[in-house]
Write a protein that binds this ligand. Structure first.
Ligand SMILES: CC(C)(COP(=O)(O)OP(=O)(O)OC[C@H]1O[C@@H](n2cnc3c(N)ncnc32)[C@H](O)[C@@H]1OP(=O)(O)O)[C@@H](O)C(=O)NCCC(=O)NCCS
Length: 169
């Protein structure tokens, strides 16, 4: 697979939860419980959630996921992860740009997130997409009391012009 391989981005469905949980567990020290993803899909009206799929010999494979929440004209990224076998292929960047296009279409003006201080991959990705680092939540993460860096992006739509929002990119 290369940077330009076709991927499809579509809303996360309840049938995706097993694959999504696997990616989450491979990606985070403190993964979400499965019920949290079920809640996001089935109950949380503020939730927006997508997966990225590639097509393979055995059918489509989910390789990334993103969950965020919208409140008035703001969005907060709850989680984003790319399967470890598919990193550095611009999938994270494409998934975020896709989300920004959809969110901008909903009238979202700002996007917020927290990221571990040591997570250089994610911080570099967010800076590349226009996020700025605005503050620190000291000792925020419960496993090692690492600081969270607070980041935000204004006008997500202006960074989303590379991707169409119909899911095929
Ligand atoms: C962070 C993460 C989502 C990035 O996804 P990805 O698909 O591998 O990233 P992309 O290929 O889209 O990278 C886009 C840009 O991000 C930056 N980047 C991504 N991974 C990087 C790394 N390991 N080191 C440095 N920069 C990196 C680069 O600027 C890259 O652009 P380039 O390829 O032109 O140099 C992925 O590493 C991941 O799932 N990590 C574990 C979960 C996680 O930390 N999520 C974020 C929580 S806040």
């Amino acid at each position: 697979m290369s940077d330009s391989s076709p991927i499809t981005i579509r809303p996360m469905k309840i049938e995706d939860v097993n694959d999504v949980v696997q990616i989450d567990q491979l990606s985070f020290v403190l993964p979400w419980p499965e019920r949290s993803f079920r809640y996001e899909i089935n109950q949380n009206q503020a939730s927006r959630h997508w997966v990225a799929e590639i097509s393979g010999e055995n059918g489509p494979r989910i390789v990334a996921m993103l969950v965020c929440w919208v409140i008035l004209d703001e969005a907060h990224i709850g989680t984003i992860a790319v399967h470890p076998d598919y990193r550095r292929l611009k999938i994270g960047e494409r998934l975020l740009n896709y989300a920004f296009a959809v969110l901008a279409g909903e009238g979202i003006l700002s996007v917020f997130l927290e990221v571990r201080r040591s997570n250089e991959a994610a911080r570099t990705l967010y800076r590349k997409l226009g996020f700025t680092e605005d503050g620190v939540r000291k000792r925020y993460y419960k496993d090692n009391y690492e600081d969270a860096i607070l980041m935000h992006l204004e006008n997500p739509g202006s960074f989303a012009n590379k991707e169409s929002s119909d899911g095929s990119i």
